[in-house]
Design a protein around this ligand. Structure first.
Ligand code: XBP
Ligand code: MG
Length: 256
């Protein structure tokens, strides 16, 4: 039986609830700055989340709501420019301290390092968004806690394709049987399981009704001693919140 050696974390929705008050707000600021009257409501954004990747999401929105614009010359460059502007607004939001980590994330990262587990990130979002989130919440040195930060356009096919997880595994030189993916969404489970990784889920408002087939366990959050994690589906956990020992036990059970 393989030992657990590394944890591969998703970012958006898993480390932090970034979507509604972060990415969505930044998209709307970029639209307004470009003189566009598009306004992505909390509800509409929930539907657009079906497509991962900001540039891909803008294109998906146009396809649904302004298909004629996709025929305009220069539309590809326009999407790229809009997305760069969105990233600037998003990083500003992070730097202002507006986007905290989810309950239990900092503790779990610190305990996992102390327990000798390697840490990695596999996300669809833009690399500077990840480093800004880590810096704002855990300090600059936390970037070096991660063996690899696999993000954004580094692979051509975003989640639900397995590519970003496969890339992270290759960079670490580890097989999927020695790792555990931590995700929050249907697209995340599809991506991780297609890379043969066992997956643990913590849900959020946007993903609580997603299909998590294939995940070992679905929890509401990682939790803390004064704010316990609830198991919503799958294997039970030992204790009140997620620790490195809980993750090791779940990893073992996935191989049984
Ligand atoms: C995250 C995403 C990203 C972010 C926006 O998905 O779908 O598109 O919403 O990021 P996951 P960018 O958590 O599955 O990685 O605008 O930087 O692409
Ligand atoms: Mg996610």
């Amino acid at each position: 039986m393989s030992q657990l050696e590394a944890l591969i974390f998703d970012v958006d929705g898993t480390l932090s609830d970034t979507e509604s008050d972060g990415h969505r707000v930044a998209f709307n600021k970029a639209f307004a700055a470009a003189g566009l009257d598009w306004d992505w409501s909390v509800e509409l954004y929930g539907e657009l989340l079906a497509i991962t990747g900001g540039k891909e999401r803008i294109r998906h929105f146009l396809n649904l709501h302004h298909p004629e614009m996709l025929q305009e010359p220069g539309i590809d460059e326009r999407i790229v420019d809009l997305h760069k502007s969105k990233t600037r607004f998003y990083v500003e939001l992070l730097e202002s301290g507006a986007i905290p980590l989810r309950v239990g994330v900092e503790r779990l990262l610190r305990q996992s390092r102390d327990a000798g587990l390697k840490l990695a990130i596999a996300t669809t979002t833009t690399p500077e968004n990840v480093t800004a989130l880590l810096k704002a919440n855990l300090g600059e040195e936390s970037i070096s806690w991660f063996e690899v930060i696999a993000a954004g356009d580094i692979v051509p096919a975003k989640k639900p394709a397995p590519d970003i997880y496969v890339y992270a595994l290759e960079q670490m030189g580890l097989g999927p049987d020695r790792c555990l993916a931590l995700e929050d969404s249907h697209n995340g489970v599809l991506s991780a399981t297609a890379a043969d990784l066992p997956v643990l889920i913590t849900v959020n408002g946007y993903t609580q009704d997603d299909d998590f087939s294939g995940a070992i366990t679905v929890l509401d959050q990682f939790g803390e001693s004064d704010n316990p994690a609830k198991v919503l589906a799958g294997k039970e956990i030992e204790g009140e919140y997620v620790t490195p020992d809980v993750l090791k036990a779940l990893h073992q059970s996935a191989q049984a």
